[in-house]
Ligand binder design. Structure first.
Ligand code: AMP
Length: 283
């Protein structure tokens, strides 16, 4: 069963008398990456909430908020398709009619996860993560999920949301889900449609470079200097916003004694910034 709800008030009424639910937050323009989160939620819950909201506060002044693809009808059709394979499940799509449903005129809250919100993506997009944490907190408050599913594609976002939940003592489990890729290796993203065919080809540099770095490291700390040297060489191409090896909890560059690592990267193709990352463990 599928319901589409457009106001916060209807959502509150709908949510009453339901038990535990899972939750997936998106900005819509759905692809198999988003649907993989829904399927994961179906494994844990009979009822899943799925938000579709292009959140203005996570876009900077010169970013693509106005041109971000809004395809609600198509999105709902994709969710319906997925439900066909899970006939015993139900989904509530929360697609706010307008921004006031999330941010009423007198709204004053801002949630910031210090330090993590200012590095990497946060260095380039200084207000982005405060917008993300604030909207996700707001959605959590409305939906009250037991578990919420996030793609590891946005690794820093996942790290920050986990930290928010920990620091605010929210009783919500954050589940990180694997990156869904095209067969070429390109990570699925709503922003891929901004790319020309030629740019899409060039975009494979992300997956190929991350794979190469992972192969150089080959689970051994001894190989980290060789990987850093390879990265320094790659960074001569100024289309990289960053390409860096971090430890997974704090995203610190200090890898001493750390076993769980992630290579984080952004490569620019024209106006479009493509994110990708790859996790690895050292032996
Ligand atoms: P977005 O609508 O782009 O804000 O993404 C909503 C959720 O879907 C976030 O948790 C993303 O990390 C996740 N997501 C986006 N693309 C992918 C992908 N290719 N694989 C897995 N999860 C994804």
């Amino acid at each position: 069963m599928l319901s589409v709800i457009k106001t916060a008030q209807d959502l509150a009424t709908h949510r009453r008398n339901q038990g535990e639910v899972g939750f997936v937050a998106t900005m819509g323009n759905l692809h198999s990456g988003h649907i993989s989160l829904l399927k994961a939620a179906f494994k844990d819950f009979d009822h899943v909430y799925f938000s579709i909201f292009v959140n203005p506060t996570q876009f900077g002044p010169n970013e693509d908020f106005h041109k971000y693809p809004r395809t609600l009808e198509n999105d709902v059709a994709l969710i319906e398709d997925c439900l066909k394979a899970h006939p015993q499940k139900s989904v509530t799509v929360f697609a706010p009619l307008n921004v006031n449903e999330i941010y009423p005129a007198d709204f004053k809250l801002q949630i910031s996860i210090q330090d993590l919100n200012k590095i990497l993506e946060g260095e380039i997009r200084p207000t982005h993560f405060d917008g993300v944490t604030t909207v996700v907190y707001r959605l959590f408050s409305l939906i009250k999920p037991s578990k919420s599913y996030f793609g590891l594609k946005d690794f820093q976002q996942y790290t920050i949301i986990k930290k928010m939940v920990k620091d605010m003592l929210l009783n919500i489990e954050i589940v990180g889900m694997p990156i869904i890729r095209e067969t070429s290796g390109l990570a699925l993203s709503s922003r891929n449609q901004y790319l020309s065919n030629e740019q899409k080809e060039t975009a494979l540099i992300l997956f190929n470079t991350l794979t190469e770095i992972k192969n150089i490291i080959a689970e051994s700390r001894e190989n980290l200097p060789a990987a850093q040297k390879y990265i320094a060489e790659k960074l001569k191409d100024k289309n990289w916003d960053y390409l860096t090896i971090r430890e997974t909890e704090t995203l610190s560059e200090n890898l001493d004694g750390k076993k769980s690592l992630v290579i984080l990267s952004v490569y620019r193709q024209g106006q479009t910034r493509l994110l990708d990352n790859m996790q690895m463990d050292l032996k």
